[in-house]
Design a protein around this ligand. Sequence first.
Ligand SMILES: Nc1ncnc2c1ncn2[C@@H]1O[C@H](COP(=O)(O)OP(=O)(O)OP(=O)(O)O)[C@@H](O)[C@H]1O
Ligand SMILES: Cc1cn([C@H]2C[C@H](O)[C@@H](COP(=O)(O)O)O2)c(=O)[nH]c1=O
Length: 226
Amino acid sequence: MNGYFFSFEGPEGAGKTTMIGKLESFLRGRGFDVMVTREPGGVRIAEAIRALILNREYTEMDGRTEALLYAAARRQHLLEKIVPALEAGRVVLCDRFVDSSLAYQGFARGLGVEEVWKINEFAIDGYMPSLTVYFDIDPHIGLERIRQNREREVNRLDLESLSFHDKVREGYRELAKRFTDRIVVIDASRPLDDVFSETAAAVLSRLEGRSKRDFHESGRDDSHWT
Ligand SMILES: Nc1ncnc2c1ncn2[C@@H]1O[C@H](COP(=O)(O)OP(=O)(O)OP(=O)(O)O)[C@@H](O)[C@H]1O
Ligand SMILES: Cc1cn([C@H]2C[C@H](O)[C@@H](COP(=O)(O)O)O2)c(=O)[nH]c1=O
């Protein structure tokens, strides 16, 4: 596997999409072959699952159903898009990956991180990002940012209570403590340029400083929760 797999995580409105867009131009300018994608989504079947999960009308959706749908979307996305890009030596920038399921469904929804990890372990079959950038932000600030962004549609998860969003953040922080080698934490409440320079530095150091062997092994090392 010649490519590099980076995921970007955080509560609503943390700035993931904005930072990925800036990073894409930055890395392309340095000659990297970059592919940007997102979860849930990225390929036809996963985008259809996204529309189903995030539909505001489906208020009756059970938590386990939700977790299984995210994992199913992830499986299809990984096989159809991420793995081929990595095999082609590309740099993959993925807006959310398995940590979203651990933080949202495992912690905030209360399904349990181990349980959610188990179904995802089946879905991802050992593929993990070599680096995950976690944009840490108080959900009050993040939700206010998205409220002010009129182009962004409000989805079913956005409508969860503030205490749910607080738990999402708590979950991410626990994951960051658990996976210190893989997850880098960035304070996303600061001005855009500051957040970007720290993000670019973290990604570049991983791209320039790690061999293919390190990349492969870091994925395997992380592939268990307990
Ligand atoms: N550091 C920042 N300071 C102020 N505003 C920001 C910052 N980063 C992003 N924003 C703004 O916040 C809003 C949300 O940003 P963005 O869509 O990138 O977040 P996101 O993490 O992808 O959100 P979500 O996952 O909820 O869709 C946008 O209007 C964006 O311009
Ligand atoms: C991958 C994944 C996502 N979620 C949640 C997080 C967000 O509320 C939405 C996705 O919307 P975004 O605007 O693209 O960030 O889905 C989740 O709960 N579990 C997951 O695995």
